[in-house]
Ligand binder design. Structure first.
Ligand SMILES: C[S@@+](CC[C@H](N)C(=O)[O-])C[C@H]1O[C@@H](n2cnc3c(N)ncnc32)[C@H](O)[C@@H]1O
Length: 207
């Protein structure tokens, strides 16, 4: 077995043993360990959340005073006893839906979001440049929602694929955050072109 396959298998088995819905959970756990994303009581939006590994990590990190809102085009299975998703609300919607920000606002009441997460990924065609362009398009939609709903000084974690359009997108993200780090978690496969932008210090005045 090649090293990368062994690594993928390792995280898949670990997720099963530790009760996570996906091995993606380990990427967010590592990002949170390195960059301190969550605080107790935070309000979090997780876009592209199915099957829910990140929801479990965020839900646990913000605790019972916090709130996590998950969004995906695929319905999540809440499992028995909510399976670690007690403080999680879910919207079965596309990030491309123009009413999404309004629906999230209804759930938030008067509060803004402290954290926005996006692990959104289009159905992969295998054509690298096409998948990259689609993913950047979805990430731009996430950025538009971020600009509407994130509180001043809030943070975001955005999955992106490497490619021609990336630099322009990162430059755009940098106009809205004080600090933007590019991070490849250990649980992310080396051959995958995915990276994560860890964005801190949102400038709400940059609208
Ligand atoms: C890599 S998975 C997310 C895994 C998740 N973070 C976890 O921890 O289990 C990417 C998700 O993006 C979702 N997605 C793709 N296009 C979308 C769209 N237009 N709006 C919302 N979600 C979308 C897919 O349905 C898929 O579930």
């Amino acid at each position: 077995m090649r090293l990368e396959e062994a690594k993928r298998d390792y995280y898949r088995r670990l997720a099963k043993d530790e009760g996570y819905r996906s091995r993606a959970a380990y990427k967010l756990l590592e990002i949170n360990r390195s960059f301190h994303i969550f605080s107790k009581g935070d309000r979090v939006l997780d876009i592209g959340c199915y099957p829910g590994g990140w929801l479990q990590v965020a839900s646990h990190a913000v605790g019972s005073d916090g709130l996590v809102i998950g969004v995906d085009v695929k319905e999540i299975d809440r499992g028995k006893d909510d399976d670690g998703l007690a403080n999680v609300k879910f919207l079965c919607m596309s990030v491309e839906d123009d009413t999404l920000a309004l629906r999230v606002r209804e759930l938030l009441g008067d509060n803004a979001l402290d954290v926005i997460l996006s692990d959104v990924s289009p159905n992969l065609s295998g054509i690298w440049s096409l998948d990259h362009a689609r993913q950047i398009h979805l990430s731009r939609r996430v950025l538009a929602i971020t600009r509407l709903l994130l509180r001043d000084d809030g943070c975001a974690v955005l999955k992106i694929f490497e490619g021609d359009l990336l630099k322009e997108f990162i430059d755009e993200v940098k106009t809205h955050f004080k600090r933007v780090y590019i991070h490849k978690p250990k649980a992310s496969r080396k051959e995958s072109s995915e990276l994560y932008l860890v964005c801190k210090g949102f400038r709400s005045s940059s609208q």
